[in-house]
Design a protein around this ligand. Structure first.
Ligand SMILES: Cc1cc2nc3c(=O)[nH]c(=O)nc-3n(C[C@H](O)[C@H](O)[C@H](O)COP(=O)(O)OP(=O)(O)OC[C@H]3O[C@@H](n4cnc5c(N)ncnc54)[C@H](O)[C@@H]3O)c2cc1C
Length: 483
C-alpha cells in the first residue's frame, strides 16, 4: 500500500483517494506480477475503474466526466501506476484519446460517443506515431481520403498502446498535403474510428522489456471506411489537436513515473527495516539511510513538479514547458530511484541472476525481496549500465574494513564524487569504483547537453503554441516532440 500523505482540499477528494487506494490494493496490486509475467492485458481492470468513475476524472461533469482538477486526476494516476504501471499508463492513454472529442467534438458527437468512452465501457487508443514519423509527428503518411459520404483510411501506425484491445481509435491522418516540407503539419485531421470498422487490424504485440501487460503494437488501416461525421474538429486542423492532447498527456506520464518511483521507495524502506545484519536493521547503516533519503527526495521533487504544472493547467495558464519538464524529471527519477533498491539486491549477489531471468524479486532463502514488476522490469536496460556501480566493493575502496563499513564508505565516495567536477580519466581514481564514478558524472554532463539541444526547441515550440489562442499549424511543426 502506498504511504503517501496527500493534501486533500475537501472530503470528496479524500474519499476519491481512499477509493483509488482500495481499488489499487484489492484489484490491481495482487494481480500485477502474474499478468506482467504472462503479458496479459487487464481489460477488466479498466471496466472496474470506469464504473468507479476513475476513467473520466478530468472531464467536465456535463460531458459525463468527474469534474476533477488535473491535480486530483494526476494523483489518482500516480496511485494506480504505483500499484500497476500498465494500468496507470492505460488510464493516462485513455484520457488522452478522449481529449479531441471532449475539446473539439460537436455536441452531437459528444452525446453519441462520450458517455461510453468516459463511463468505462469503451477503451481508447491514440494513433499518431508511424514507423517513419515519431518525434516528427507532422511527417505522418496515413491518408484519409474523402470518398462520397466516407473517409477511406490507409496507412500504418506504430507503437500504439492498447492496439487490438481498444474499442475505438483516435486517429490522426492526412486529408491533404504532403508528409515532407515545412508545410507538413497542414492537412492532418483527427478521426474517431470504431475498432470493428472493416479494414482496421492490429499487428502482433511488440516484445517489450517491461510493462508487458500493456500491449504496444502497430495498427493497420487498409481501405477502412468511416462516415464523414467521424471527423473531429475541422478538416486539416488535427495537428493542433494532437499537440494539445500531448501537452496534457505528458503530465499523465510524469504522474505514472512518480508512482513507480514511490513504489520503489516503499519497497526499499520496508526491506531496509526488515532485513537485519550485524544485529540491527540495515536501515540503521548510514550508507543505506543516505540512499533512502536520496530516493525520498527525488520522489517528492517529481511529485512537486508535476503538481506545479497541473496547478498552472487548472488555472488556465500555459503549462506545456512545465509539463515537459515534469515528464523529464519524473521519468529520470523513476529510473534512478528504481535502480537503487536493485543495487542493494545486487550487492547481495542476487541481482545478476535476476537480470538474466525474467522476474524481479530475487530469492532470499525462502522469501522474496518485495518488488512489484512495475518497478523493476522496465528498469532492466538502464540497470545493466548503472549496475556497474555495484562493482564498488569493500576491496576497491575500503581495504581493512568490514563489508558494511566498506560499502558505506563506497556510497559516501559515490555521493562526494557526484558533487565534484569531473576529473580527467586516470586522475584521482583508485580502483574500479572511482573510475566508474567519474564515468557516471560524465554521462550526467552529456545528458545536460542533450537537454539543451533536444528538449528546449520542443519546449519553446510549446510555449509559442500556448501563446496563440487558436492552435493552428501556421508556424510549421515544432522541431521535436517529447512524448
Ligand atoms: C511503450 C510505448 C508506447 C507508446 N504509445 C504510443 C501511443 O499510444 N500512440 C502513439 O502515437 N505513439 C506511441 N508511442 C510512440 C512514441 O510516442 C514515440 O516513440 C516517440 O514519438 C518517439 O519517436 P521514435 O521512437 O520514432 O523516435 P525518433 O523520433 O526516431 O527519435 C530517435 C532519437 O532521435 C532523437 N531526436 C528526434 N528528433 C530530434 C531533434 N529534432 N533533435 C534532436 N534529437 C532528436 C530523439 O530524442 C531520440 O533519441 C509509444 C512508444 C512506446 C515506446
Amino acid at each position: 500500500m502506498s504511504t503517501v500523505q496527500r493534501d486533500c482540499p475537501d472530503d470528496e477528494t479524500r474519499a476519491l483517494f481512499e477509493l483509488t487506494r482500495e481499488l489499487a490494493d484489492k484489484e490491481l496490486r495482487p494481480r500485477a506480477d502474474a499478468a506482467e509475467r504472462e503479458g496479459m492485458f487487464p481489460r477488466d481492470a479498466f471496466r472496474i475503474l470506469g464504473r468507479s468513475g476513475l476513467l473520466a476524472l478530468p472531464y467536465p461533469e456535463r460531458l459525463g466526466g468527474g469534474g476533477q482538477s488535473y491535480q486530483t486526476y494526476l494523483q489518482v494516476v500516480e496511485e494506480l501506476a504505483g500499484a500497476w504501471l500498465a494500468v496507470g499508463l492505460g488510464v493516462s492513454v485513455h484520457t488522452l484519446t478522449c481529449f479531441p472529442l471532449a475539446t473539439a467534438g460537436t455536441p452531437e458527437q459528444q452525446q453519441r460517443w462520450l458517455p461510453g468512452m468516459l463511463g468505462g465501457e469503451q477503451l481508447g487508443a491514440y494513433c499518431l506515431s508511424e514507423p517513419a514519423s515519431g518525434s516528427d509527428a507532422a511527417a505522418l503518411r496515413t491518408r484519409a481520403e474523402a470518398d462520397g459520404p466516407d473517409y477511406v483510411l490507409n496507412g500504418v501506425k506504430a507503437w500504439i498502446s492498447h492496439a487490438g484491445q481498444a474499442d475505438f481509435y483516435t486517429l490522426f491522418a492526412r486529408t491533404s498535403g504532403d508528409h515532407e516540407g515545412p508545410e507538413r503539419a497542414r492537412g492532418i485531421s483527427c478521426l474517431h474510428v470504431p475498432a470493428d470498422t472493416p479494414g482496421v487490424s492490429a499487428a502482433p504485440a511488440e516484445h517489450k522489456m517491461g510493462m508487458r501487460a500493456s500491449v504496444t503494437a502497430q495498427m493497420i488501416f487498409e481501405g477502412a471506411r468511416v462516415p464523414a461525421d467521424h471527423l473531429i474538429g475541422e478538416e486539416g486542423n488535427g495537428f493542433g489537436i494532437a499537440l494539445a492532447a500531448l501537452d496534457a498527456g505528458r503530465l499523465g506520464i510524469a504522474a505514472c513515473a512518480t508512482g513507480v518511483a514511490q513504489a520503489a521507495l516503499d519497497t526499499a524502506v520496508s526491506w531496509a527495516r526488515e532485513r537485519r545484519q550485524f544485529g540491527r536493521p540495515i536501515a540503521d547503516f548510514q550508507g543505506v539511510s543516505f540512499l533512502l533519503a536520496d530516493m525520498a527526495t527525488a520522489v517528492e521533487a517529481a511529485r512537486a513538479l508535476y503538481l506545479s504544472a497541473a496547478r498552472r493547467k487548472d488555472a488556465g495558464l500555459p503549462f506545456a514547458p512545465q509539463a515537459a519538464m515534469a515528464k523529464l524529471f519524473a521519468s529520470d527519477a523513476a529510473m534512478r530511484v528504481g535502480g537503487l533498491p536493485r543495487r542493494a539486491a545486487d550487492a547481495r549477489g542476487q541481482g545478476a541472476a535476476d537480470r538474466g531471468g525474467h522476474q524481479p524479486g530475487p530469492a532470499d532463502g525462502d522469501r522474496q525481496v518485495p518488488g512489484p514488476s512495475c518497478v523493476s522490469a522496465p528498469l532492466r536496460d538502464r540497470d545493466a549500465v548503472e549496475g556497474l556501480e555495484d562493482g564498488i566493493e569493500a576491496g576497491d575502496v575500503g581495504e581493512g574494513l568490514s563489508a558494511p563499513e566498506g560499502r558505506d564508505r563506497a556510497v559516501h565516495q559515490l555521493r562526494e564524487s557526484r558533487a565534484r567536477p569531473v576529473a580527467p580519466q586516470g586522475e584521482g581514481g583508485r580502483g574500479l569504483g572511482t573510475l566508474v564514478l567519474h564515468e557516471d558524472v560524465r554521462a550526467g554532463q552529456q545528458r545536460v547537453q542533450d537537454l539543451d539541444t533536444v528538449r528546449l526547441p520542443a519546449m519553446r515550440a510549446g510555449r509559442s503554441r500556448e501563446a496563440s489562442s487558436t492552435r493552428t499549424p501556421d508556424s510549421g511543426p515544432p522541431a521535436a516532440d517529447s512524448r
